[in-house]
Write a protein that binds this ligand. Structure first.
Ligand SMILES: [Zn+2]
Length: 257
């Protein structure tokens, strides 16, 4: 069984996907995927399309309670349960919470000793490429003294020979190739703030054994706390008047199977 609003009931009935068993309930004609959110009051509840904070019904946007910069580095088993941490909010409430969220991010940066813009340079300037590009664009200009011209050609041809092992390309083609060289490359040693924080939290990993189907499940208590921290921060800062009473800070963060 699952709960849905009257719009959805009409949607299933109009497609012959369900039989009406009472004015407000239907039975699906097909087997739905999995058991759904069994026993989970929040997911069984009807939800209205309103801002959870102020009740506005327009200019709504999806708000991720745990910012994307952290969420994207979390294990798949948490990401697929993330709908719980996606709430409808109007753009005004969203913008006002963003300011508070930035303050929390700054605190996290201090606690983890990892700046928000990461550690180190995210990209490396390729000075040699820049020198070759400068030579190539100078060769395109007119009125350059012959001596200088020869120097520039030399820079360009040496680069081209080393890079391609070819000696018979036309100068115009070489200039064209040189002008396409990138000025920067990614620095593999750069550490992203979100990735670093989540990796630190994942180090606290516990294994649950003796489960019904003999499976082993992982738990990350510190990561749980981190998600609870964001939920709590959101509730305290926004006091969302239109949020379900079943939405709780310490609701399970893992996929229910
Ligand atoms: Zn609002």
């Amino acid at each position: 069984m699952f709960r849905c609003n009257s719009k959805k009931i009409a949607w299933y009935l109009s497609r012959n996907l369900a039989n009406q068993i009472a004015h407000d309930s239907i039975q699906l004609n097909f087997q739905s995927k999995g058991l759904g959110h069994v026993g989970d009051a929040y997911h069984l509840e009807d939800k209205s399309n309103l801002c959870v904070c102020c009740g506005a019904s327009e200019d709504l946007t999806m708000h991720h309670v745990v910012p994307d910069m952290y969420r994207r580095h979390m294990p798949e088993v948490l990401k697929s349960h993330a709908s719980y941490d996606v709430l409808l909010m109007c753009v005004r409430c969203h913008a006002s919470y963003e300011k508070a969220a930035n303050e929390l991010k700054k605190k996290i940066a201090i606690n983890f000793n990892m700046p928000l813009n990461g550690n180190g340079q995210s990209r490396i300037r390729l000075y040699n490429n820049i020198k070759i590009k400068k030579a190539a664009s100078a060769l395109n200009r007119i009125g350059i003294p012959e001596d200088r011209m020869r120097e520039l050609k030399d820079i360009l041809l040496t680069w081209h020979q080393q890079a391609t092992d070819k000696t018979n390309d036309k100068l115009d083609n070489i200039i064209e190739k040189a002008l396409m060289l990138p000025d920067y490359e990614r620095n593999d040693e750069f550490v992203e703030h979100g990735k670093y924080v989540v990796n630190q939290l994942l180090k606290d990993c516990h294994y649950l054994t003796g489960l019904e189907n003999n499976s082993i499940r992982k738990k990350w208590p510190k990561l749980e706390e981190f998600i609870y921290l964001w939920r709590d921060h959101f509730l305290k800062n926004m006091e969302p008047k239109f949020l379900s009473k079943f939405w709780k800070v310490n609701n399970n963060i893992y996929v229910i199977r």
